[in-house]
Design a binder for this molecule. Structure first.
Ligand SMILES: [Zn+2]
Length: 269
């Protein structure tokens, strides 16, 4: 039940006595892989974001220095996906529910003695919720270190592999996600249904954009009839493998950084 996480790094395989006896629990890195069950166009399954975060984490944990203690929690498959609400199959938590789930998981880990929690998220619709959860948890438990992180935020080769158009507008079920899925779960890609669609009717001669510094709120149906934002016909397994490898290198480094991280402290109030 652990794949793609290595079994010796899978938190649910531990016993309570092993956790009680664990040395230096305050330094152990606990990672919550987070994704979504949401539409990804006619060609990709609902599981894409959960599959990406869990696979990248699993491969990073497999390569991680064995001296670095780190465990993966079971993936949190559900996320806040209400932008995809109009497409059947999408299952969404409210922001409030997701905040409560993260809070309750973190509190349980804190009670067990852990002090480092990584939220490793692959769904672009929920970083804001993770930011709020992380800040609130650290305010409540000053010695709890929480890291609200996006899987694509580590240095990676997307900038070299994707077209500028795709980098700007291919934000959902486009080249990047489809290429990755061709490597992670090739049997689940409906290759014959790949179809490009880019947002129509965007404001021109305006500073307001879909994402970026001056955004407007949108739901996917405003921008795309198929649910795709990008061009999945450009996807190749070779590109997917390069993307995956570069993300894994980035996450090995990041997990080691987190293991060594110390919370900054001043003598202020
Ligand atoms: Zn996605």
């Amino acid at each position: 039940m652990h794949a793609p996480i290595p079994s010796h790094r899978y938190f649910p395989y531990l016993t309570w006595t092993e956790i009680e006896a664990m040395a230096h629990k305050q330094d152990v890195v606990i990672v919550q892989p987070m994704g979504a069950i949401e539409q990804h166009g006619p060609h990709l399954p609902l599981i894409v974001d959960s599959a990406i975060s869990t696979t990248v984490l699993g491969k990073a944990l497999a390569q991680l220095d064995p001296e670095v203690p780190a465990y993966s929690l079971p993936p949190l498959y559900y996320g806040k996906s209400n932008e995809h609400w109009h497409f059947p199959g999408t299952i969404t938590l409210s922001a409030e529910t997701l905040l409560r789930v993260i809070h309750d998981v973190a509190e349980s880990l804190y009670r067990a003695g852990f002090r480092k929690l990584v939220l490793l998220n692959a769904h672009g619709g929920q970083p804001q919720v993770l930011d709020i959860a992380a800040r609130d948890l650290h305010q409540t438990y000053p010695d709890l270190m929480v890291f609200p992180l996006f899987v694509w935020a580590v240095p990676n080769c997307a900038g070299e592999l994707l077209t500028p158009h795709e980098l700007e507008l291919g934000i959902h079920a486009g080249d990047a996600e489809t290429s990755l899925m061709q490597v992670i779960m090739p049997d689940q890609v409906r290759q014959d249904r790949c179809q490009a669609e880019f947002p129509q009717d965007l404001p021109t001669d305006s500073w307001l954009t879909m994402e970026g510094a001056l955004p407007f709120a949108w739901v996917t149906r405003d921008l795309s009839a198929s649910g795709v934002l990008g061009d999945p016909t450009l996807a190749t397994p070779a590109k997917g493998q390069q993307l995956l490898d570069s993300l894994v290198v980035g996450w090995v480094r990041t997990l080691e950084d987190i293991y060594r991280f110390r919370q900054p402290r001043t003598a202020g109030p």
